[in-house]
Design a protein around this ligand. Structure first.
Ligand SMILES: *Cc1c(COP(=O)(O)O)cnc(C)c1O
Length: 349
């Protein structure tokens, strides 16, 4: 008896169409780093045929992706040695260049190479300073083996509507890159709310998986992953009896408790608080007591249940992963990428 995660092909396609609806003129770089945000690359990549480019974080991910896809691959962290550069060329990847230590490597390449030049417009994580960018740009332009496919930058606060930094970053990017044809800045949050940041190439990640970067609006996105697990025990507690490690929840009246076969060993967050909703037989029921490695307890006093009934932990219109993230003091990205190998993944229509 184990937890399963279903991956909905139709939801994924729908969410890709939402990207097109918001950014109709733009090419799409579908971000599939971290095993497609935990949804499993082998189930997701084949469905994204209509994306123009697939983006991963590092070479190891590119290697796995290349075995299942012929699409252009963008390597978001770029390369750090001649060996990695060669591997990247062999895999037919385009590399992001975001640090001066990468430029000499790239410039010494003996083979043609497509690169994406990344400007730091204020996030101060990856990206060249304006001065470095201009120097690199000139160097690369004079090297016939190097094609600058696109110039890019990344927002620090796109998921905070009207954050001042968004306009500051956008303005700098616009100024420095005004003569470029291929420009990319928008992640999911910017695709949905900052049309002036779309340029001609957008980079959706989380929205493809049906998760909104904004807690108050789902933008018609449909959850792609549904996480389910069976009820493996049912018992009645009397008032004053408690459940689970640390006895952190005590019944105040006779209560029916279902034990569901999922825990932090599967990627369900240990910090999910009491009252985190679990969807059982179409009814939202509260989590009670601590999350164990393999099990959780749910108060099912208000719903008819039987052993083997499947509980939905997230990924339903009635119970989105965003809600679970709020109840466990984290973000949806972390929950999705943490679903463990013990969970069985199944592709569904
Ligand atoms: C992860 C990532 C994205 C996608 O971000 P979402 O918020 O998931 O849409 C876009 N661009 C870069 C450079 C990234 O690292």
């Amino acid at each position: 008896m184990s937890a399963i995660a279903t991956i909905s092909q139709s939801a994924l396609l729908h969410n890709l169409s939402v990207v097109k609806q918001y950014a109709p003129q733009a090419k799409i770089v579908a971000v599939v780093k971290a095993n497609a945000y935990g949804h499993r690359l082998n189930l997701v990549a084949p469905i994204l045929e209509n994306a123009n480019v697939l983006a991963v974080s590092e070479l190891q991910e590119a290697q796995i992706l290349r075995q299942i896809s012929n699409k252009p691959i963008l390597l978001l962290s770029g390369v750090y040695s001649d060996e990695q550069l060669q591997q990247s060329i062999d895999l037919n990847c385009q590399c992001v260049v975001h640090h001066m230590s990468q430029t000499a490597l790239i410039n010494n390449s003996m083979q043609t190479l497509g690169i994406w030049l990344k400007l730091d417009t204020g996030m101060h994580r990856l990206g060249l300073s304006t001065k470095e960018y201009q120097q690199c740009y000139t160097d690369f332009k004079s090297n016939p083996l190097i094609n600058i496919e696109c110039v890019m930058s990344h927002f620090a606060c796109a998921d905070e509507l009207n954050h001042l930094m968004n306009q500051t970053q956008l303005k700098l990017f616009n100024t420095i890159t005004q003569n470029e044809n291929n420009r990319s800045m928008a992640n999911s949050a910017a695709i949905l709310t900052l049309p002036e940041s779309h340029f001609n190439i957008v980079r959706p990640g989380i929205m493809l998986y049906g998760v909104s970067p904004f807690s108050d609006d789902s933008f018609t996105l449909k959850p792609v992953m549904q996480l389910l697990a069976p009820i493996i025990s049912i018992k009645t507690l009397q008032a004053g009896e408690s459940v689970g490690y640390g006895a952190t929840w005590t019944a105040d009246k006779p209560s029916t408790i279902a034990i569901v076969a999922i825990g932090y060993g599967d990627g369900y967050p240990r910090h999910a608080n009491n009252n985190t909703p679990v969807l059982i037989n179409n009814t939202l029921c509260p989590l009670v007591g601590r999350v164990s490695m393999d099990m959780i307890a749910v108060n099912v006093s208000n719903v008819k249940v039987a052993i083997n009934d499947m509980a939905i932990l997230w990924g339903d219109e009635k119970l989105r992963v965003e809600t679970i993230a709020q109840h466990s003091n984290t973000i949806s990205y972390e929950l999705l990428t943490n679903v463990s190998p013990r969970v069985n993944f199944i592709s569904v229509e």
